[in-house]
Design a protein around this ligand. Structure first.
Ligand SMILES: [Zn+2]
Length: 89
């Protein structure tokens, strides 16, 4: 599970969108530089990586986008699962 610092256009987009990180399978997890050591954020994105590993790239991407349209970000079941993982060690 590669974790990298987001740079350039991706870092710009993350800041603009109000996110600190994003999981972009199969490339890896990208975090803003000042949040690279944030344990909760790393757990959150690692949970998304596990979802990708469990579902495969096509189903992960399709389910994520469908859930976003259906539930929005906060109530998205995959986000709820990732937020739960933030609290687990
Ligand atoms: Zn998330």
């Amino acid at each position: 599970m590669p974790i990298r610092i987001a740079r350039g256009l991706l870092a710009w987009w993350l800041r603009r969108a109000g996110y600190a990180g994003i999981t972009l399978p199969p490339l890896g997890i990208y975090l803003l530089g000042h949040r690279i050591d944030d344990v909760r954020l790393r757990r959150h994105e690692a949970a998304h990586w596990q979802q990708y590993r469990r579902l495969g790239l096509v189903r992960f991407s399709a389910l994520y986008l469908w859930g976003l349209a259906r539930y929005g970000y906060q109530r998205h079941p995959m986000e709820i699962e990732a937020r739960r993982a933030e609290r687990e060690s």
